[in-house]
Write a protein that binds this ligand. Sequence first.
Ligand code: HEC
Length: 239
Amino acid sequence: MKRLLFLMSLYLFSPLCIAAGESKPLDSVYVNLSDKASMQRGARLFVNYCLPCHSAAYMRYNRMAEDLDISEQVLKENLLFASDKVGDLMTTNMSAKDGKKWFGVQPPDLTLVAKVRKPDWIYTYLRSFYMDENSPSGWNNTLFENVAMPHILYGLQGNQRLAGTDPETGKPEFTLVSEGSLTPEEYDATVRDLINFLVYLSEPVRLKRHSIGVFVILFLLVFMILAYLLKKEYWKDVH
Ligand code: HEC
């Protein structure tokens, strides 16, 4: 019983604890799980830029392709780098040992990261890398200080330096010192695609749940009309 109470309080208070630890201001991202095109672009970014180090080991390629309307041909030609069978789990080719050796920590599995870290956090994180000569990778991150991950998307975003902090919002300010292949707006949209994909990845059934929800509401509406007509029919004779 005590154990149960303890677990229940942990469950109830954990969001508060996480919120308390999350003192840094975040930028918000609009997540839209009906935007399949965005999630497809996110999937492509994910296998190209993230899978070399991180796994998404609870997801299979063919399940992802089916959920996101990606044809088998596109899957085979564009998304299968780390593996050769469509039914494989999305594991990384980098061994845990190499990860430790190269980065000091093993890059964590990202299947559930959108649940653990929340979309706004990851969105802010991927836009907060800046050049720092004192860090082993050459980059640091205002949201995740002394992070071991290098700025993988710098080719797209360009390189920025930390310019200071906005006194009103408390958010860090950056200046772009070398341009990437994307404009800042395009980069934000690209990161949003990745977030959309990561949110899908953390709970694939949500795609289905949405369509089931619509179906249930429609059913209830039709049922209500039928019930109303039936009521009218019954009471006709009473009056
Ligand atoms: C070169 C290897 C490498 C690549 C490529 C890479 N990461 Fe990382 N990532 C790391 C390492 C190492 C860490 C652990 C950082 C630490 O604990 O200091 C990390 C941590 C993270 C975290 C924080 C996880 C947590 O909850 O602590 C997120 C989120 C993340 N990476 C997302 C991504 C995304 C999205 C991509 C693709 C755009 C990506 N990473 C590509 C190496 C990489």
